[in-house]
Design a protein around this ligand. Structure first.
Ligand code: ADP
Ligand code: MG
Length: 451
């Protein structure tokens, strides 16, 4: 059997005995390097994974090999640095950033008001935005017919502007292109106000009614602006009746925009409404990879994982963090070490008091260490459960701001001094053990993103 096929069969077995999240975390980018005289060598992407496979999953892996091949005696794990990667790393350390940071400058199109930098090539599609993406594609194919209006909503920095502008750019570059106008709603409102002052409201209305595609970004800013809403309603109807395409973005669904006139609201609801969520961990990694590729910069996985697991809110923040790292590299001409990375990103890795629960923390910790949740509570004092138990204590303290007596009571009626000890223990460990920090990041990632 070829090594690759062998490994696939082994993975198939391993997958059955551990949780999906752990499987993805620890078995990504692994392979069988050699299989000689009863000894198997497995290549792993980094030291962190190596340690986990050795200490935690070795038995499962060994059994899976034995089920398939029989006489396997032992398994070794090596960090799999391909020559090529080594070379890259060398290059990384002395990259010529001046050239690499030579970002392209973009000029906003005067006619359409679109920024050409927003296109679909640089747009990552994954489950968090695929509905909005698919709806946009349908609109591009069938302007004014399928979904009118197209109403996209989502939180700050999740890609609304990027997506609506990419749609606009796509339409504008087609053969016998339609006339497109992109405008943020504040600008629309401001223009309207000056046209009222100048007595040119009719001209204003005509201007907006002549486009084949009208894109209004951040429509929520029309909240409370009655006159603007009224004019917009007329323009909307005019366009709609002529089967012209209207695309709208907002930070919330129509019903949630305060003081949005009922008639506008129901117009919006008459089309297609699609939301954009937050990207999950894998997607955040994919986005970072894409951005580094565009910038022609290669960062090692550790850096990308650190950014993606600590910055979860939105893509804009993700880019912000990446830019800091790039600036550091530019200034110092070296790739930051882990402690340097922590320092660079310290004040953007905000620690908002995101709400979670004891149950969620306990579930995810138990799941991560493959133990039963009851073992966190019972009297078992084996190391395999003491550490996860202390991690639960630590996370309750950090994430929930729970009191020590409460932590103790939740974890099987333990004394508050046990809780104090447990939290302190993890704190001290964290200072000297980078792996533990990574573990905690992965756990937090699951706490906040596995719904
Ligand atoms: P919003 O309008 O929702 O606040 P933006 O469209 O301004 O968010 O996106 C914030 C940043 O993230 C922009 O620089 C944008 O290019 C980038 N971005 C957003 N969505 C994606 C995506 N799916 N793939 C790649 N980059 C994205
Ligand atoms: Mg925006």
């Amino acid at each position: 059997m070829k090594n690759q096929d062998l490994w696939q069969s082994v993975l198939g077995e391993v997958e059955l005995s551990i949780s999906k999240a752990n499987f993805i975390t620890w078995f990504k980018n692994t392979n069988v390097i050699s299989n000689k005289a009863g000894k198997i060598i497995i290549g792993v992407p980094n030291g962190f994974t190596k340690e986990w496979l050795e200490n935690k999953y070795n038995k499962i892996i060994l059994n899976a090999f034995r089920n398939i091949l029989g006489n396997i005696k032992e398994i070794g794990y090596v960090i799999n640095y391909k020559e090529e990667e080594k070379k890259k790393e060398k290059r990384d350390n002395k990259i010529n950033l001046k050239q690499q940071l030579n970002l392209q400058e973009y000029k906003i199109n005067e006619k359409t008001n679109l920024n050409p930098k927003y296109d679909f090539n640089s747009f990552v599609v994954a489950s968090f935005n695929e509905l909005a993406f698919a709806a946009s594609q349908s609109v591009i194919k069938d302007l004014g017919k399928v979904y009118n209006p197209l109403f996209l909503y989502g939180g700050v920095g999740v890609g609304k502007t990027h997506l609506v502008q990419a749609v606009g750019n796509e339409i504008a570059k087609q053969k016998n292109a339609k006339s497109v106008l992109y405008t943020p709603s504040e600008r629309f409102a401001a223009e309207l106000i000056s046209s009222i002052q100048e007595g040119t409201v009719e001209r204003f209305k005509n201007k907006y009614s002549k486009y084949d595609v009208l894109i209004i970004d951040d429509i929520q800013f029309l909240a409370g602006k009655e006159k603007t809403q009224e004019i917009f309603f007329h323009i909307f109807n005019d366009l709609y009746q002529k089967n012209k395409q209207i695309i709208i973005s907002s930070d919330r669904p129509p019903r949630a925009i305060p003081t949005l006139e009922e008639r506008l609201c129901s117009r919006f609801e008459g089309g297609m409404i699609a939301d954009i969520n937050r990207p999950d961990f894998e997607t955040r990694i994919a986005i970072l990879k894409k951005k580094t590729l565009e910038l022609n910069i290669e960062l090692n996985d550790e850096i990308l994982i650190y950014i993606a697991s600590n910055i979860q809110k939105n893509i804009r923040e993700l880019e912000g963090a990446l830019n800091r790292v790039i600036v550091f590299i530019k200034l110092n001409n070296i790739i930051p070490s882990h402690p340097q990375l922590v320092k660079i990103l310290k004040n953007i890795i905000s620690n908002p008091q995101k709400r979670t629960t004891y149950k969620k923390i306990a579930d995810e910790v138990a799941n991560f260490y493959d133990i039963h949740i009851n073992e966190l509570i019972n009297k078992n004092r084996k190391r395999e459960v003491v550490k996860p138990r202390q991690i639960v204590m630590y996370l309750m303290r950090e994430e929930l701001k729970s009191s020590y007596p409460f932590i103790g009571s939740k974890l099987g009626g333990r004394d508050h001094t046990t809780a104090i000890y447990g939290c302190g223990k993890i704190e001290r460990e964290l200072e000297k053990d980078d792996n533990l920090e990574q573990e905690l990041n992965l756990i937090k990632e699951r706490i906040y993103n596995n719904n």
